[in-house]
Design a protein around this ligand. Structure first.
Ligand SMILES: Nc1ncnc2c1ncn2[C@@H]1O[C@H](COP(=O)(O)OP(=O)(O)OP(=O)(O)O)[C@@H](O)[C@H]1O
Ligand SMILES: [Mg+2]
Length: 465
């Protein structure tokens, strides 16, 4: 992204709103934000206090929000300006006519009328219905994942994408940030969480009402599905269905639909197999079987496995105002860079260690706060007794172990053990390494500690669960 172009547009927007040009510090905040710097880094690099830089940033986002008619924050600024660039607002001659910068729609119409064939499907004012999506206050990194998703959606026209990952890893946050970045390529953007396990009829009715609020929704699923597919053909839509693991049965092997929910399979199948111009993203703790079964060579389906945040997780720790920055990487490594696990742990460190990370790390066991364990309880409550038996065995092992070792040490029929292993893989609960064409399985330290804490009183006997 060309910083000079962004500054030019921001300058014009702020000037149109306030009649004032950007000053040096405002430009510095913008540059730093584009380069992914935190307020504290911008302040340090330029010799200002962090609070002063924050205040300047706050005022800047307010002015830009008013000029653009949509909320601009430090977290979404980059995405919004990438969209403006994609829509040819940056670099085109409309940028030079300051008087037209009061309302971004003016640019959009101009830009479209100037380049009607270049971006035929782009629309500046998508219909956005995010339902009860959480608000994102800060967003760090995930640049690679966002680029991958953008490529799949905008260049390869992928129809179904599954974003998979353990609870708290950032699926919801990532998909909402993705919306910010690519929303101008769509006519409709819809986000719904399925956390209360709605039936397929409820979900389809809800979606259809967004397209045709005054029409009566048909009762039978076939007609509902065909109407929805028609809308997905007529309009370029991005639909995100979050928390779809709630459609699958608890205490059964992963990815099996609850009774009465099997028609979701038909829905996902249709989305991938029928021609249309839209994309459905599903977020889940468990890999849906469709993703494996329907995977074809034609890019109609893709799957993004979300892992920890890495270095960028330091920003989460910084936001929590913890101390001992030189120990932060160890903290991140221990908690797998999982943003939610780090947030829970940071709270504990603040409350009991006055923010001192080094003191916390001196504890001889890996500490899991009750909130963190409660979060994991929700995932473990879904496991079958056989899966729990495998997890307990793996928690006892000091090294990764091969399948033969598990078969020998677990009192389970081999076929049940193999199914349990495959299912745990679909739930993303196993770490797998391959060496000399043999696979070795282990648990990450947090899961290992959780299993020890929660199941230490149980013997490995299926009767116990
Ligand atoms: N890239 C990120 N930058 C900053 N904070 C993040 C990021 N990703 C996640 N978080 C924070 O981590 C927490 C968990 O994120 P999120 O709810 O997106 O996880 P999830 O994978 O959807 O979890 P679940 O499966 O339980 O719904 C939230 O508080 C969120 O703000
Ligand atoms: Mg979520």
């Amino acid at each position: 992204m060309d910083i000079a172009e962004v500054l030019q547009l921001a300058e014009a927007l702020v000037f149109a709103k306030t009649g004032k040009h950007l000053d040096h510090l405002q430009k510095t905040v913008l540059k730093g934000t584009i380069q992914g710097q935190t307020y504290s880094e911008i302040a340090q690099d330029n010799g200002f206090s962090e609070s002063h830089v924050k205040n300047v940033g706050h005022e800047l986002w307010n002015n830009l929000s008013q000029a653009l008619g949509e909320k601009v924050t430090k977290a979404n600024f980059r995405g919004i300006f990438i969209n403006l660039k994609n829509n040819n607002f940056i670099g085109s001659n409309v940028c030079q006519t300051n008087s037209t910068f009061n309302n971004i729609n003016i640019f959009a119409d101009e830009a479209r009328s100037q380049t009607p064939t270049q971006q035929p499907q782009q629309t500046p004012k998508p219909h956005i219905d995010l339902g009860d999506a959480p608000e994102i206050f800060s967003f760090f990194d995930r640049t690679t994942q966002l680029t991958t998703l953008e490529t799949w959606i905008l260049q390869q026209n992928t129809r179904l994408i599954a974003i998979l990952g353990i609870s708290g890893i950032g699926k919801t946050t990532l998909s909402l940030q993705l919306i910010e970045q690519i929303k101008h390529n769509f006519e409709y953007i819809i986000y719904r969480s399925l956390r209360f396990s709605p039936t397929i009829e409820t979900t389809l009715t809800n979606l259809l009402q967004i397209f045709a609020p005054k029409s009566e929704t048909p009762q039978n699923i076939e007609t509902q599905l065909s109407q929805l597919i028609n809308y997905l053909r007529q309009h370029r839509c991005l639909i995100i269905l979050d928390d779809i693991h709630t459609l699958f049965s608890s205490k059964q092997l992963a990815g099996q639909y609850q009774t009465g929910y099997e028609n979701y399979h038909l829905f996902f199948q249709l989305i991938t197999q029928v021609t249309h111009q839209s994309c459905l993203i599903v977020n889940s703790w468990e890999k849906p079987r469709e993703v494996t079964q329907l995977k074809k060579e034609n890019n109609a389906i893709h799957c993004l496995l979300l892992e920890g945040l890495g270095e960028a997780a330091k920003e989460i720790i910084r936001e929590q105002e913890l101390l001992d920055e030189d120990c932060w990487q160890s903290l991140i490594d221990r908690y797998q860079g999982n943003p939610l696990w780090l947030e829970f742990t940071a709270n504990l460190i603040k409350e009991l260690f006055a923010g001192k990370v080094s003191e916390f790390l001196q504890c001889d066991t890996l500490i899991l706060s009750e909130s963190l364990q409660a979060q994991l309880d929700q995932q473990f409550q879904r496991l079958t007794p056989q899966e729990i038996a495998v997890m307990i065995q793996l928690a006892k092992e000091n090294e990764p172990v091969c399948l033969a070792h598990l078969i020998k040490n677990l009192d389970l029929p081999t076929s049940e053990l193999l199914n349990a292993m495959q299912s745990l893989g679909m739930r993303l609960l196993l770490d797998v390494k391959e060496c000399d064409r043999t696979r070795f399985f282990s648990l990450n330290p947090v899961l290992k500690q959780y299993v020890k804490n929660r199941y230490s009183q149980f013997k490995i006997s299926l009767g116990t669960f």
